[in-house]
Design a protein around this ligand. Structure first.
Ligand SMILES: Nc1ncnc2c1ncn2[C@@H]1O[C@H](COP(=O)(O)OS(=O)(=O)O)[C@@H](OP(=O)(O)O)[C@H]1O
Ligand SMILES: Nc1ncnc2c1ncn2[C@@H]1O[C@H](COP(=O)(O)OP(=O)(O)O)[C@@H](O)[C@H]1O
Length: 543
């Protein structure tokens, strides 16, 4: 069968062009793993396969597999027979031949017999939700994928080596019979982890130190923590190699050991005989992985012995001289506040790389996003904050609601769709300013929580986000009625007016709530500026 591509590739196919689709981040991570051979799977799972894997950790035939590998598609593609799957930039990667269309329904995973829902029928009474990481109910397409073209997408592409390439390199070096310790790391390797890796490599090496392969779990669109992980190279055993993969986020509805099991399967595809999964000590103890494909080594609880000046298993360290490794959140906070990471905790070269990746908040890009009703005081406080930020020596771009409506969003109405588009545009510009280390101050109404959350996610990919809810009650805004708009709205002259005839969803995730009623402008500005100082985004007041 000829493949008629409708994107790139010349489209030599004779038949109708298959629709083109860029999977979400989870779908893309699965697709790359299928195509690279990191998963021993030919494609995306049917409902029976996904449900069996979610519930029992096994495919219907009994083969252990930890996570549903599914493809979520929008309703308009739910009936497709074939799909050309692309990266987010639209470059074709593979063709999916659809074997089954199914609906991942609402509700829990309970009960043992799912009762097959009508294919692709959202209303099917038996439809149940399989926790497959796509964030909720929706259409799924199952079937085998056929490789079209190697992916060029994403950061650190040169390190995204296929498992077969890594195995072939070991075979060529006559090393494939020897133990290989895979270390799966999404975070930098500090002294504790480095000690544990060397100890594990000695233990499994049978007289020789085993080789180590560090599998860095990094996102597609940024280098993530990869440079900090690689900075530890001189402290790892000789001939340690690094590869980068993007492990899909595991659904919180799955048992706790599934993420580790997936990491173990991927490690095995690279030829690993053992796997050690480095984790945030602040995240609590590791779950015991049931039925792993290769042994999962548990590093256990280690402490720094201040007397010996060594990292050792906790039981060998006198509690009086024991130091615990700081968790990732604590490290983030030290970096944010420009404090040096202690030498007992992490090697200087890792600390230096971390300081580059996570600059102190006074140097890091920031978006301060004001939301609130018309007349609540967003623009007034935003202007005062912008002045204070400028005085601290940083550059500021003020994206005020009214100004944006004239410059970026002229022609847009106040329908939900247009408001969302307006806020996304503001978010995009703010994220770019933030990415380049600047400060963006935005002051739109932004009435919808979901759209604000999108902006937060977009900005946090690039830097920091600080949400200020200017929580002035509508009666007060209306009494101020600076522009006479409330009067007009009440008279029915302005339709869809926020707070009068259109919704405002109060934020539940505000970093600061400002009550301006009964406060002067100067007091409200001072409150916002103080919050930014306390958070470390502005230097301490030297006055
Ligand atoms: N229907 C309706 N609803 C709300 N506001 C209206 C409306 N029509 C015009 N205006 C004026 O537009 C300003 C709000 O624009 P925003 O871009 O901030 O709104 S939104 O975030 O896209 O919802 C808002 O300015 P601020 O008072 O500065 O908030 C109003 O002056
Ligand atoms: N504590 C306060 N903080 C902010 N604005 C205040 C305060 N007290 C009174 N106001 C007045 O409220 C009005 C708010 O208007 P504006 O900043 O344009 O609101 P928005 O941008 O939310 O529509 C201004 O006239 C301002 O002087």
């Amino acid at each position: 069968m000829e493949v008629g591509l409708s994107a790139g590739d010349g489209g030599h196919g004779g038949g109708a062009a298959a629709p083109v689709f860029a999977p979400d981040q989870v779908g893309l991570a699965h697709l790359e793993a299928i195509l690279s051979g990191a998963y021993p799977l030919a494609g995306f799972m049917t409902e029976a396969e996904a449900a069996s894997v979610a519930r029992h950790g096994r495919l219907p035939g009994g083969t252990p597999w930890p996570v549903p590998v599914t493809l979520a598609v929008p309703a308009e593609l739910a009936g497709a027979d074939r799909l050309v799957l692309t990266d987010p930039e639209g470059a074709p990667l593979a063709e999916l031949t659809v074997a089954e269309r199914w609906w991942c329904g609402p509700g829990g995973t309970g009960g043992d017999d799912p009762g097959p829902p009508g294919p692709g029928d959202p209303a099917a009474p038996g439809a149940r939700h399989v926790p497959d990481g796509h964030g909720g109910p929706g259409h799924r397409l199952a079937g085998e994928v056929r490789f079209i073209r190697p992916s060029m997408y994403g950061a650190l592409r040169h390190l995204r080596r296929a498992p077969a390439e890594t195995r072939a390199r070991r075979e060529a070096a006559d090393a494939s019979e020897r133990p290989l310790l895979a270390v799966v790391a999404g975070r930098p390797l500090h002294h504790r982890a480095l000690h544990q890796i060397r100890a594990a490599a000695d233990r499994i090496g049978g007289g020789h130190r085993a080789e180590v392969l560090v599998i860095i779990d990094a996102p597609f669109d940024t280098e993530g923590m990869a440079p900090a992980v690689m900075a530890a190279e001189p402290l790892l055993p000789a001939r340690t190699r690094f590869v980068v993969v993007t492990l899909p986020a595991t659904d919180p509805g799955l048992p706790a050991d599934r993420a580790d099991l997936l990491a173990a399967h991927v490690a095995r595809s690279y030829g690993a005989t053992h796997v050690l999964i480095d984790r945030d000590p602040g995240a609590g103890p590791a779950p015991e992985a049931a039925d792993p494909p290769i042994p999962v080594l548990h590093p256990g609880d280690w402490r720094y012995d201040t007397g010996e000046e060594l990292w050792l298993p906790a039981e060998r360290v006198d509690p009086d001289s024991a130091r615990t490794e700081p968790g990732d959140a604590e490290v983030e906070e030290m970096l944010a506040l420009d404090r040096d990471l202690p030498a007992w905790f992490t090697p200087a070269r890792v600390a230096a790389e971390l300081a580059r990746l996570r600059p102190a908040r006074t140097r890091r890009g920031l978006t301060v996003f004001f939301t609130g009703l018309s007349g609540s005081g967003k623009s007034t406080v935003a202007r005062g904050v912008a002045d204070a930020v400028r005085r601290s020596g940083r550059t500021v771009t003020l994206l005020d609601g009214d100004v944006v409506r004239r410059m970026l969003s002229s022609g847009l109405t106040f329908s939900r769709a247009d408001r969302d588009l307006n806020i996304r545009r503001i978010g995009y510009v703010a994220a770019e300013i933030t990415r380049h280390g600047g400060v963006a101050i935005c002051a739109p109404i932004a009435p919808y929580a979901a759209t604000r959350a999108e902006v937060r996610a977009m900005v946090e990919d690039a830097g920091d986000f600080f949400l200020v809810h200017v929580a002035t009650p509508i009666e007060v805004c209306e009494a101020r009625d600076r522009k006479g708009l409330y009067a007009k709205a009440r008279a029915g002259e302005i339709p869809e007016f926020t707070g009068v005839s259109d919704p405002y969803e109060e934020p539940a995730d505000a970093d600061l709530v400002l009550h301006t009623e009964g406060r002067s402008v100067a007091e409200s500005v001072a409150e916002a500026v103080a919050a930014l100082r306390i958070g470390g985004w502005l230097p301490p007041d030297r006055r």
